[in-house]
Write a protein that binds this ligand. Sequence first.
Ligand SMILES: Nc1nc2c(c(=O)[nH]1)N[C@H]1C(S)=C(S)[C@@H](COP(=O)(O)OP(=O)(O)OC[C@H]3O[C@@H](n4cnc5c(N)ncnc54)[C@H](O)[C@@H]3O)O[C@H]1N2
Ligand code: MOO
Ligand SMILES: [Mg+2]
Length: 621
Amino acid sequence: MGGEACNITIQTVYKVVPDEIEHIQSMITQWTHSKFKLILTTGGTGFTPRDVTPEAIKPLLNRRTKGIEIAMLKKSLEITSHAMLSRPVAGIRDQTLIITLPGSVKAIRENLGVVLPAIPHAIGLICSNPYSSSVDAHRARDLITAPQAQPHPQSITSTMDGEQQQGHGHSHGHGHSHGHGHSHGHHSCGGSGKRGSKYVMTPVEEAINIILEQSNLLKLKIESVDIAKSLGRIIAEDITSKDPFPTFRASIKDGYAVRSKDGIGHYKLLGDSVAGGSNYSKETNDEEKHCVRITTGAMVPDIYDAVVMVEETEIIKENVVSIEVSVRPGQDIRPIGSDIPQGTVVLKKGDKMGCSEIGLLATLGIQTVQCYGLPKISIISTGDELVDYKKQGELEAGIIRDSNTPTLEAIIKEISNHFGECASRDQINLVGIVGDKLEDLESTFVEESKNSDIIITSGGVSMGQLDLVKPLLEKMGKVHFGRVNMKPGKPLTFSTITSDEKTTLVFSLPGNPVSSVVCFYLFVVPALRRISGFSNTNLPQVEVKLLDRIQMDPERPEYHRCYIEWDFNEHCFVSKSTGSQASCRLLSLKQANALLVLPQKEGYLEKGTMVKSILIGPLSN
Ligand SMILES: Nc1nc2c(c(=O)[nH]1)N[C@H]1C(S)=C(S)[C@@H](COP(=O)(O)OP(=O)(O)OC[C@H]3O[C@@H](n4cnc5c(N)ncnc54)[C@H](O)[C@@H]3O)O[C@H]1N2
Ligand code: MOO
Ligand SMILES: [Mg+2]
C-alpha cells in the first residue's frame, strides 16, 4: 500500500467480532485509541437485520468521507446492479480512516481495488499537523476550520449534501467546488451538517476508563479519621487485634456457673457474678457441690467450667439451688478470644467502613483509623435563565429555578449513606449559579480549581452560542472527551485542569436535570470511588424483568429510569418504568432506584424481557 508514501510502518491486526453494535464499536474505538491509521471492516453492510456495521460506525465518525463510499459503489455498480444493496460507510475518527467493505472476497477486491491508490494520500492528509484552529464567531462554537494545505483562494469544498463549507475563500457561485483546498468541517453524530460538534461520540465504557485513568492522578493524603465519622470511607491500613476478644471467659446465658463434673443435685450458692461485677465467697470446699449465680456476659469464675441456664434449675431454699441437668465442660461459656483471637487482621486495607466495622474497631478500643482522603467537590450551575430556588416572588418570563444544585448536593449525601460512598457533607462547596459570561465562568473555574479536587458543573455544553464551557475548558485545561454515546447525557464533557501543584477533575454535566443526574451516577461516582480508595468503582447491577414494553433508541444506548423490587412470585427483580423519559423531565427520576441499560437499537423490548440495570438508589420497602 505504499506505506512509505505516508511514512507509516505497516502493522496489521485483525479481529472477528459478532454482528453486535457494541462489539464493533468497542473494537473500533480501541484501535482508534491506539492510533491505527486505517481500519477496514468486512461484512455486515447489507439489508438483513443483523447487518449493523454502518449503524455501529456512523456515530463514531467525526467526518464522513462520502467520496470513498461513492467510488466503491460506482465501481461495484458497473459490475452488478446488486451493489445497490450494499450500505458502505467510510469516514475519519480522530486520525483513523475507517472503511467498511462488503462480505464477499470478490466484492472486497473490487471495492478495495478502487480506493487503495488513494489511501496513502488520504492518510497523509489526515495525519498532517493541523493549523491552529480559528473558530468563526457566527458558527457553532466548536467548529474548527483548519485548512490542511495552504487554501487555494477560492477553496470551496462542497460536500455531497450540496451544502457549502467555506475555507478561507468566499463562495464562487452556488454549489460547485473549486480549487484543491481542504477545510475541516466536522460532522456531528446523526447530522450531516458541517456545523456539527468536533467531539467524537465516546462509548460509555471508554469514557469511564478515561475518567478512572485521570482519577489516578489525584493522590489525596491519607488522614486519621475518628471512627464515628468514618462511615463509607475506605481504610488505608490493616487493622489487627492487639488483644483477644473477649478478654475473659464470659457466660453466654443467665443461670449458674458450676463444675460440670458435679452433675445433677443440690448446690450451695456462693454468690453472684454479674456482667460488670461479682460478689461471691471464695471459701469453697471441694467435697461439696457449689455454684455462683451468673448473668449473660459476666465473667465465669476460674473454678467453674460450665453454665447451667436458670430455666434448668429450682430454688430449694436460701442459698441452695437444685441443678436439674448435667452439662458438658465449656457449655455456654465464651472462651477468651473466641470471638476475635489475638492478632486477627480484623479489617484490611481497602475495606469499606460500614456500621459493623465501626463497632468492630470500637470493640478493640480503636478510636481513629487511617482512611483515604475525601475529594473536595464544587458544584456549579451555569445559565442566565437560572435563579436560586429559595428566591421568593414571581419568576420573570423565561426564568427557571436551579434544581441541579440541590439535586446533586443531595445525591452526594445520599450515596454516602446507601452505597457507603466517599464524599461527605463538609466536602461539598455549593458555588451556586454562574451566568453565561466567559469571564465569570473562567474566574469561577480558576477559583474552584484552587480549592477543589472535583468540579461538577451543569449546563452550557451543547451546541448553543452561549454554551461556553467546552471552549473555556479547551483553553484552561485538557478536554478528554466532549460527547458520550448515550441517552440522556450526550454532551457530557470531562476535562482536567492541572496547575503546578495539583490536578482538578472537571465534570461538565449537561444542563437537563435528568441528564445531569444520570451522568453523575455513571461517571462521577466511579471517580469518587477510585479517588477514595474503592477497589470496585461501579454501582451495583442486577438483572430485572420488564413489566413494561420499553422502546429503545436507534441512535444511542439509553439509560431508562425505573423502579425495581424483588417479586416473590416471579422469583426475580421486576422493573416499572417511570414513564416519559425526556431528559428535561425530572419526574422521570421520581422514586426511580435503577437505570435500565438499553442497547442502541430500533424497536421495543417486550414485557418479560430480562434487562441489565444499574442500582442508583436503595431497594426500599
Ligand atoms: N443543536 C443541538 N442542540 C442540542 C444538542 C445537540 O446535539 N445539538 N444536545 C441536546 C442534549 S442531548 C442535551 S443533554 C442538551 C444539553 O445542553 P447543555 O448542557 O448546554 O444545557 P443547557 O443548554 O445549559 O440547558 C439544557 C436545559 O436544561 C435546563 N437547565 C440548565 N441548567 C439547569 C439547572 N441548574 N436546573 C434546572 N434546569 C437547568 C436549561 O434551562 C435547558 O432547558 O442540549 C441539547 N441541545
Ligand atoms: O443527552 Mo440529552 O439526551 O438530552 O441528555
Ligand atoms: Mg445548551
